[in-house]
Design a protein around this ligand. Structure first.
Ligand SMILES: *Cc1c(COP(=O)(O)O)cnc(C)c1O
Length: 415
């Protein structure tokens, strides 16, 4: 290959995306993306779409926060906006129980670092003003852990992931919020994996002043669109008073394009950066699908299908250590222990997109984003069992299928 070669047109196959994310994108979202006309970022319908998306996001987040909008990019783009108000020297306590909260803590340490802290360890600064509380992989961050750390350190900010996708664990959001309130701490939450899956109102957690999610997990809008964020008035007032070291990721500036100026909704947005009408159309449709499904119904559907998948992989001899409803994190049976990455690689080579954990210990992650049917779950179980057997596990598929059948039959009978 040379730099002058014209590569053939890129074609990307359809895979069964059965990982922690991204989830399978609804055909309606892709159609909205592809059918949008070419229109610039200040065209009236593009601006109207953004304002409507802002209103839909408030319903999906369950909030009256005016500063609720989308950040162009991925989950970490939204998180970068969320953490933008953390300034060098600020005191922060960060709770880490897996890969993603670990990266969040790195972002926080980078932002709270002084110039000297950065110079000392440019890619992994360790400012003394940031305390990282490590909770072992496979365990949840509890309210008691948060309470103790905030009482000991009395920081300005605290940070936690709601659902830690790295280990598949749900952390204690109420405990976190209550402890933040008790100690006058401003809580920041990574809700990348929970928004659009769990049925919760962020306004019920007043200790949390800022939230960030992503386009590609529960919201199901991969065609790179918007990371939903929401900020309370307290966060915005703090930011207005203290500023931040970003133009593009300053929430006050970003919000203007979504029709939020000086703390108020205005009829149409004003220029912040060049948003894509295609992305706006796709995002708008994804939010409509979320609202049509209904938050409570969607949450119940995830819980229902996760139980089915869990019981089937247990019937295959696996041990499940997660408690999220969109993802099962498991240990393979003893005969395959240590071969997790090999199994995942074999599966991925056949278009069955499951994942290993990205931090130790190595486990297998199987997700069900937008795979909410008996047929889809059964297909996932069949393909997973086939991979286990291809590696010599010699497991019997029948009890796993029986577990699925009886779970779904019981649900039918109950209806
Ligand atoms: C997926 C995930 C992220 C990162 O999102 P990207 O879209 O990959 O940037 C951050 N936090 C959590 C909890 C996640 O699950």
């Amino acid at each position: 290959m040379t730099d002058t070669e014209l590569f053939p047109q890129l074609s990307i196959p359809e895979t069964l995306a059965a990982g922690p994310g991204p989830g399978n994108t609804d055909a309606r979202v892709l159609a909205s993306f592809a059918n949008a006309g070419l229109a610039d970022h200040m065209q009236a319908d593009v601006l109207r779409g953004m304002v409507e998306a802002k209103h839909m996001l408030r319903r999906i987040w369950g909030t009256k926060n005016t500063y609720t909008f989308g950040v162009g990019g991925t989950g970490f783009s939204g998180l970068d906006v969320l953490f933008s108000a953390i300034l060098p020297g600020d005191t922060v306590v960060a709770f880490v129980n897996g890969t993603f909260s670990g990266i969040d803590a790195l972002t926080v340490r980078t932002k709270a670092a002084s110039r000297e802290d950065l110079k000392a360890n440019a890619l992994d600064p360790k400012p003394a003003n940031v305390t990282v509380i490590h909770v072992p992989h496979g365990q949840s961050v509890t309210g008691a852990v948060v309470e103790k750390a905030l009482a000991d350190h009395k920081p300005t900010w605290a940070m936690m992931a709601h659902w830690e996708t790295g280990s598949g664990r749900i952390n204690d959001l109420k405990g976190f919020s209550d402890a933040c309130l008790r100690h006058g701490v401003m809580g920041l939450v990574d809700a990348v994996s929970s928004l659009g899956i769990e049925d919760f109102d962020i306004d019920d957690f007043p200790g949390v002043v800022g939230w960030a999610s992503c386009p590609q997990k529960g919201v199901l809008c991969l065609p790179l669109t918007y990371a939903p964020v929401s900020f309370t008035d307290r966060y915005i007032a703090h930011l207005r008073e203290n500023g931040c070291y970003s133009y593009v990721h300053n929430p006050i500036f970003e919000a203007r394009h979504w029709g939020i100026t000086d703390g108020k909704d205005v009829a149409a947005g004003s220029y912040h950066r060049t948003h894509s009408g295609y992305a706006v159309a796709a995002f708008h449709e994804a939010l409509r699908i979320n609202l049509q499904h209904g938050r409570a119904q969607k949450a119940a559907d995830y819980a229902h299908h996760e139980v089915a998948l869990r019981s089937a992989v247990q019937a295959l001899g696996c041990e499940v250590t997660s408690n999220m409803t969109s993802l099962v994190v498991l240990n393979l049976p003893p005969s395959l222990a240590g071969r997790e990455k090999e199994l995942v690689q074999n599966a991925r080579a056949k278009g069955f997109g499951i994942w290993p954990t990205l931090s130790e210990p190595v486990q297998v992650r199987i997700g069900i984003l937008n795979q909410l049917s008996e047929a889809a779950i059964t297909e996932i179980v069949r393909r997973f069992a086939a991979e286990m057997n291809a590696m010599g596990a010699d497991v019997d598929l029948a009890p796993a299928l029986k577990a699925l059948e009886s779970h779904y039959a019981a649900a039918m009978a109950a209806e």
